[in-house]
Design a protein around this ligand. Sequence first.
Ligand SMILES: *Cc1c(COP(=O)(O)O)cnc(C)c1O
Length: 483
Amino acid sequence: MDYQSTRSNIKTDSVHAVLQGLAPDGGLFIDPSIEKISFDWKKCLTLKTQDMAVMILKALLPDFKGMEDLVKQAYSGKFETEELTPLVKAGPFHILELFRGPTSAFKDVALSMLPRLVTAARTQSGMKQEITILTATSGDTGKAALEGFKDVEGTRIIVFYPDSGVSEVQQMQMTTQEGSNVCVCAVKGNFDDCQRGVKQAFSELRETLKDSNYSLSSANSINIGRLAPQVVYYFAAYRDMIADGTIKEGDKIDFCVPTGNFGDILAGFYAKLMGLPVGKLICASNANNVLTDFINTGKYDRKRPFYKTDSPSMDILVSSNLERLLFLASGKDESKVSQWMKDLNENGEFTVDEKTLTYIRESFEGECCNQNETEEAIAKCWKENGYLCDPHTAVAYYVADKRENRRPVVVLSTASPYKFPQAVLRALGESEEGSGFDLMKRLNSVTGVKIPKNLSSLEGKKVRFKESIERNDIVSYVMGKLK
Ligand SMILES: *Cc1c(COP(=O)(O)O)cnc(C)c1O
């Protein structure tokens, strides 16, 4: 029994935490002794990335059997490089490229692994029911989850994305998805509406489905099986910084992370808790800067305008994974966390106490980047460093570039620029007329940067999913699909 809910003392093991996704009380599963986990981080730094993954996942999800095979099935031959996440130089910064997987977004790192964990958990626990994965996406999770779960036995996946809230390329990626167990549906609303609907489906349908042949789980980063694989690339980046002579073992480095649902950056905090010498984790927000305000003031306030930006995967006002940090920062006080989440739900805000805020600010900083600054950053990074950023990466690049850096900084790069060719072309002062494919080709001819094959091959694929529903109809839609 290693895991517990962030909102009460409901306990379970890592296998069941992955199977359930969300705790029955609405909380997130967390290992409350993560800070004391015994982990030989120095040994980890001597390994290749996939072996690092085995070691880290065994530590974080100790009840899984055969982790070596699961990791191999997840990653071998699926990424552009067997080292998965290359570290490259761009001017004074190191850029950690997390988008070299099957759908060109950083979500691939976790969502290649999650289906392996879910099916292993199903087998290990002797579960007979079919698992339906419900996923809310701001653009990238959906495609990466569909690709990960496509035709995986014993599973089915339903993805909800905000209608006109994702880029044309992202939409094409999802609506053309192949596979016999997949379903994609647009929602007339924003990402938060999708996420709320999915959470509601979990809580309302759990009882209804109890004795049926179906069970629900989640591919969102509320699932610990999604978060754990992301810890790996922080270690990989650190290893590569030692190898290229930037640091010596034991030196601290900072990571600047383009942040939305707080999963990516929280994985960096996990790496720190496991011993990796991390200085600051810099939370970079776009114009939806609710998290950076929170880190700077201790007040989380989602009652603010919602902006649709060029970095749609970060257009989020309710960041689910913050709850795990709040749990640790509050001294593992479930009742405090429950109260804050209740306040957020009912009043749209909560404020943490001084001690909690101090804990958070020991490891985190927050800074934001508005729409114009994002475009400027894309242009600047290209002109000065010859490195082409997507708009999400550009948010982090902008923040890192503006900051006074006392230590080496790794900027996490979370998507291929070819997922957002319109915004990138605009930033470079080029024409943004034409279809998604015209734009990809133009960006390629302007920059010479290669188009990932999974994106160029979308051209001519058949659109399979055209449904669009009202935001309050998510629960009934799921019920309809399960019948
Ligand atoms: C999901 C996503 C993010 C935000 O990551 P979180 O874990 O939600 O904070 C940033 N950039 C891209 C391209 C993404 O897909």
